[in-house]
Design a protein around this ligand. Sequence first.
Ligand code: HEC
Length: 137
Amino acid sequence: MRALAPIVVALLAAACHRAPPSDGLREWSADDHDRGPDDQRAAQQGPKGDAGGPAVIIEATWRTQCAACHGAIGKGDGPQGPMFKAPDLTREEFQSSVKDAEIAAVITNGKGRMPKFDLPEPVVAGLVARIRASRGR
Ligand code: HEC
């Protein structure tokens, strides 16, 4: 799904760039970054590590690409979860049975009714970290 790349880039652009102040009244300040419920939620839920790239991108990717089946946290309770029989990724037995590389491979290659996703490597790594962070939740 190469077509996803522009979407991710667009999200990145939307998250990081704001229109320059046209009237010169006010410059962007670091405080602005904390505005908005989405940013705050991403900060709370997203993986903190640097390995996965910007948390807001990971969070946006999860919500747009994964949550329909796997749900907001990963319990498999998204709107399409039952139809696809999406597994609960937070379960201890699942978490302890797979290596990070195996999770990344499923995202990249797909598995059964799980579609494959052509995402940049840092985004895949960030999704793996997000799934790990949901362990036992
Ligand atoms: C269309 C529904 C659907 C979407 C969208 C989806 N998944 Fe899945 N996912 C599944 C199903 C169904 C399985 C079970 C596959 C199987 O075991 O046959 C699965 C399994 C998984 C697994 C467990 C693999 C394993 O080792 O057993 C992971 C991890 C996963 N998905 C991550 C993701 C991520 C990350 C995304 C978003 C990039 C995503 N999924 C999007 C349906 C989906």
